[in-house]
Design a protein around this ligand. Structure first.
Ligand SMILES: CC(C)(COP(=O)(O)OP(=O)(O)OC[C@H]1O[C@@H](n2cnc3c(N)ncnc32)[C@H](O)[C@@H]1OP(=O)(O)O)[C@@H](O)C(=O)NCCC(=O)NCCS
Length: 178
């Protein structure tokens, strides 16, 4: 268990946790993103949180995949790539915040802010000069959150997943110097 603050801990995801992770994301993803997809996001959740993909992601080197615990209860997930160069950023070593998802009931309690601070601090300790991530253009909540934390856009593109609704295809990459 990794302590982030008094009430927040991270627990590493293992291959034994596939079912728990899948069920958790079936609960967390749709309330935030169902309106982005013609199938309410089922294809996306099945594609990323099936056993095979979780196994593959756990095998990737220089990554961290965690359950987020708040007051000892699992309320979300966090995944970080600790060595993720971006071709548009002129830094020698960068980290990427790959996924941060909190259950609706846990949002707005500064958990996200604490997690982001922990990721930035840990990335800096690992020698990273910058942290970057991707967020859907039309997910205002996430954008406000990153903007408040000092992240600035540097690139954008459209996703071509067939089941994504056209007005929600835009993805923006943002970064912050550490
Ligand atoms: C986005 C998310 C990670 C933010 O975490 P959180 O714990 O809810 O946010 P926090 O309580 O730490 O808020 C931090 C700051 O962002 C601001 N913020 C958060 N949500 C906001 C919103 N909807 N509108 C405006 N500001 C918002 C807060 O006001 C707070 O500002 P403050 O520091 O001045 O108090 C979380 O809400 C979440 O998981 N959402 C659903 C999934 C998602 O979109 N993930 C991001 C994928 S890129």
């Amino acid at each position: 268990m990794i302590p982030v603050s008094k009430d927040i801990q991270l627990k590493a995801v293992t291959i034994q946790d596939c079912t728990q992770l899948y069920k958790l994301m079936q609960m967390i993803y749709p309330p935030a993103y169902h309106h982005f997809w013609t199938d309410k996001g089922a294809w996306y959740v099945d594609g990323l949180y099936n056993k095979e993909n979780i196994h593959n992601e756990l095998k990737e080197t220089s990554t961290g995949y965690y359950f987020v615990l708040f007051k000892k209860e699992v309320v979300g997930i966090l995944r970080v790539l600790w060595d993720a160069i971006n071709e548009h950023l002129a830094y020698k070593k960068s980290a990427k915040l790959h996924r941060i998802y909190l259950h609706q009931k846990a949002q707005g309690n500064s958990i996200g802010k604490n997690l982001l601070t922990w990721v930035e601090h840990t990335a800096r300790e690992k020698g990273c000069e910058t942290l970057w991530l991707e967020a859907m253009d039309t997910q205002e909540q996430a954008f406000e959150f990153y903007k408040k934390a000092g992240y600035v856009p540097f690139n954008r593109f459209d996703l071509d997943f067939p089941l994504l609704i056209d007005k929600h295809r835009g993805l923006t990459q943002v970064y912050k110097e550490l």
